[in-house]
Design a protein around this ligand. Structure first.
Ligand code: 5GP
Length: 188
């Protein structure tokens, strides 16, 4: 944030089809830039083997629905049978919010906050995307569902994105995104 710590935080949305490396990218961004505040989503999906406890707030449908009823989400969606949602953000003063979410959620945030910056990440190739999706340990039927969903998400996301970035090389991609974030801060 600029000189005025009381100004509303900027919102940077990182979205893109499954298997594109969004999680790795946002972790690198928040590690390098202490002014970024990463929102932790809620999900009803089961925790994967080896997945960090802090990756999400893992919860059940009832608790999720209670939070929807209490208006406790900035956005939420049903992604392949599970709920995912961004709790109403409460960033530390002076930090900008980073959301790592799928396309329907990105669309919701953009309509509530048109000034939010949507960076849409694309895979370098279908082969690489498939390899990443298969490497997560999901059951084969889930992998096929996620591949199909990823194909459906791409055109929708690209149509509403402020920036499109190809994740061909993690270091290069993170640098490009830091530059984009810096430019938006400078422009405010
Ligand atoms: P996964 O099950 O692979 O962790 O996540 C599935 C998809 O949901 C990914 O595209 C991920 O970015 C997205 N996602 C994670 N958290 C949220 C959230 O809070 N809201 C929305 N709309 N999508 C999310």
């Amino acid at each position: 944030m600029g000189a005025d710590p009381a100004a509303a935080p900027r919102i940077f949305i990182v979205s893109g089809p499954g298997g594109v490396g969004k999680g790795t990218i946002v972790n690198a961004l928040v590690e390098r830039d202490p002014r970024l505040w990463l929102s932790r989503s809620w999900t009803t999906r089961e925790q994967r083997q080896g997945e960090r406890d802090t990756a999400y707030v893992f919860t059940d449908r009832e608790s999720f629905e209670r939070r929807i009823a209490a208006d406790g989400f900035l956005e939420w969606t049903n992604f392949l049978g599970n709920y995912y949602g961004t709790p109403t953000p409460d960033p530390v003063m002076g930090r900008d919010v980073v959301l790592e979410i799928e396309v329907d959620g990105a669309r919701q945030v953009k309509s509530l906050h048109p000034e939010a910056i949507l960076i849409f990440v694309l895979p370098p190739s279908r082969d690489e995307q498939e390899r990443r999706l298969r490497g997560r340990g999901d059951a084969p039927d889930k992998v096929s569902q996620r591949l199909q969903k990823a194909l459906d998400e791409e055109p929708v996301g690209m149509a509403i994105a402020n920036h499109v970035v190809i994740n061909d090389d993690l270091e290069r991609t993170v640098c490009e995104m830091m530059e984009i974030i810096g430019r938006h801060r400078g422009a405010a």
